[in-house]
Design a protein around this ligand. Structure first.
Ligand SMILES: [Zn+2]
Length: 310
């Protein structure tokens, strides 16, 4: 008998990663595929086919116990259904867990991508299980995950932590969500794309901080990044603040200025005087390992109750 593993997927708007994760969170047989290729017919059929074939390839060498998937989506409170997926067509209001379980006859677990990143960060940074931790990940949008008293915060509808959509007074930019005045279009990566297409035309996005950090436009954008972080700090007084995402990885990113802006907007003396910033270790495998951590946590709950699954 081979090792016990969970098939883990990290699904993004551009790429999907699939791999096997064992109980010690080691990854095996990792593959990367283009999301567009999976969606040739419709995404759900492509996904079923991918998992089916992958399972067939590895089921002789491994004991496959479950499937755990991270989606760039809002997910219902029961973690069975995708509510909306802005970057993948046809993945709104889909009962993904039920459909996959029915076809695969394996337990299927769903979670939001940034929640899996935070679970990975908690594990890799070895933070205490009962801490309150917030993760803010700056990419095209602003991803957020809140971990309190040993678990992820979901909220009534399952969509807690939509931090990019904190409203700004008198801002009238229309956000991807349809509302006017959200912080995301001012502080997220979309703003950099616009600058590279306009004011700083001819600049590659990844060079923008290196070349233009000292301009009012970039200073404003970095201050806008600090607003949602300081807001959440002032509400939750977290033990740790984890910052990550592609923007922070860019050459010349003004990390110190971001921290100073967060401090400036945080309530004095506390929580401002006792902030603990940590940085997400950027690695392509993080989403898959996060899916493994989540999947095994759910699997252990099943084991504990000794209920046979199927
Ligand atoms: Zn919005």
């Amino acid at each position: 008998m081979g090792k016990e593993v969970i098939i883990c997927l990290d699904i993004g708007g551009t790429n999907c990663r699939i791999g096997l994760v064992d109980r010690a969170y080691e990854v095996y047989a990792q593959q990367i595929l283009g999301t567009a290729g999976l969606a040739k017919e419709d995404f759900m059929s492509g996904l079923l086919q991918l998992i089916g074939q992958y399972r067939e390839t590895y089921q002789e060498d491994f004991q496959i116990k479950a499937v755990s998937l991270g989606f760039p989506s809002t997910i219902d409170r029961t973690r069975r259904k995708l509510l909306s997926t802005p970057n993948i067509e046809g993945m709104d209001n889909i009962e993904v867990a039920d459909i996959l379980e029915e076809r695969l006859k394996l337990p299927v677990y769903l979670e939001k991508d940034v929640n899996l990143l935070l679970l990975y960060d908690l594990f890799s940074l070895q933070l205490e299980e009962d801490s309150t931790v917030i993760g803010i990940y700056f990419g095209t949008g602003i991803g957020n995950s809140i971990y309190m008293d040993g678990r992820l915060l979901y909220g009534r509808n399952g969509v807690a932590g939509e931090l990019g959509h904190i409203p700004q007074l008198h801002a009238d930019t229309v956000c991807g969500c349809g509302n006017k005045g959200c912080i995301e279009p001012i502080g997220g990566g979309r703003c950099l794309e616009e600058l590279c297409a306009g004011k700083f035309a001819g600049t590659r996005i990844r060079d923008i901080y290196k070349r233009y950090w000292d301009t009012p436009e970039l200073k404003r954008q970095v201050e806008a990044m600090s607003i949602p972080v300081a807001t959440e700090i002032n509400i939750l007084d977290p033990d740790y603040v984890i910052l990550g995402g592609g923007l922070l990885q860019m050459e010349g990113f003004p990390l110190k200025a971001l921290e100073e802006n967060i401090y400036r907007h945080a309530r004095k003396p506390y929580p401002a005087e006792n902030l603990r910033f940590l940085y997400s270790n950027a690695n392509q495998e993080n989403g898959i390992i996060g899916a493994g951590i989540y999947g095994w946590k759910k699997w252990r709950e099943v084991e504990k109750n000794e209920t046979s699954y199927v």
